[in-house]
Design a protein around this ligand. Structure first.
Ligand code: ADP
Length: 252
């Protein structure tokens, strides 16, 4: 992979033809002392991970299956913001390199024409020395079809009718993410970044189904706050604040 124009992200890259999960590999490497910005990337994941133990389908050479290590050294309550930055950076990289109108489904799925083209899974890891975050990003790039049990999945190829090189997308993504990450570490311009996120968030002012382990209801998305929480209004008028990780938002 050609070096991207970054100072930190992607300076150390571990590349695999085949791996269980890039997140799992990077977690182990983090515990062995991997430096901030280290990346694991693979042509194929045999056990790609989604949220809540779900599987991420990652067949050979069709996508970008990548994990990035960051060590923000700031309050743990700010970690959910990283998820949003990663979503925004990925959305912008897809837009810039393909011209497709990628949108974000809160908190961090990327959709094109209402179908899922990318999933992001952030995981905390205690390295013994510090708390690190692993940002796992899976982008369906040149997939030509999906299994029947993934009716809402799509790829950049299927939406753009073009085969895309993966390298420029990766470089652009790392550059975008690094820009946001520097601001995030200083806790600067976050309102600005959240505004950009909201501009691209497909759920804004729309009705969604909020599904948690204890309840399920319809609500309208009113706002996303600077911590990355979703503010929704229930049908009885009452507002609720929702943390990523607690719920699934269904219905685009
Ligand atoms: P959710 O949107 O429910 O949070 P996750 O981000 O955890 O989902 O991703 C896992 C889910 O995404 C799986 O349960 C499956 O439905 C779907 N999925 C798995 N692999 C792919 C893929 N390559 N492209 C699009 N969707 C996928």
């Amino acid at each position: 992979i050609k070096q991207s124009n970054t100072l930190c992200l992607g300076k150390e890259i571990a590349y695999y033809e085949e791996i269980d999960s890039t997140n799992t590999r990077l977690k182990a490497w983090a515990k062995e002392g991997a430096m901030e910005g280290s990346i694991v990337i693979a042509e194929e994941q045999l056990q790609g991970k989604g949220r809540l133990g779900r599987i991420w389908d990652s067949p050979k050479e069709t996508g970008i299956w990548m994990s990035i290590l960051v060590k923000p050294q700031i309050g743990i309550e700010k970690i959910p913001q990283i998820t949003l930055l990663a979503g925004l950076a990925t959305c912008e990289a897809i837009r810039k390199t393909t011209g497709l109108e990628a949108m974000i489904k809160w908190p961090n799925d990327i959709v094109v024409n209402n179908k899922k083209v990318c999933g992001i899974l952030c995981e905390l890891v205690n390295t013994g020395k510090d708390t690190a975050v692993i940002i796992g990003i899976g982008i369906n790039v040149n997939s030509k079809k999906f299994p029947d049990d993934l009716p809402y999945a799509t790829s950049l190829y299927l939406e753009g009718k073009e085969v895309y090189m993966r390298e420029p997308i990766i470089s652009c993504l790392l550059e975008q993410l690094e820009g946001y990450y520097i601001q995030y570490k200083k806790q600067l311009s976050l309102h600005n970044i959240i505004e950009q996120y909201k501009d691209k968030c497909i759920n804004m002012n729309r009705e969604v189904n909020i599904v948690s382990s204890t309840e399920s209801y319809r609500a309208t998305v009113k706002d996303i706050d600077v911590e990355g929480r979703l503010i929704v209004q229930k049908q009885n008028g009452i507002e609720e604040t929702i943390l990523a990780g607690e719920v699934s938002v269904r219905g685009l």
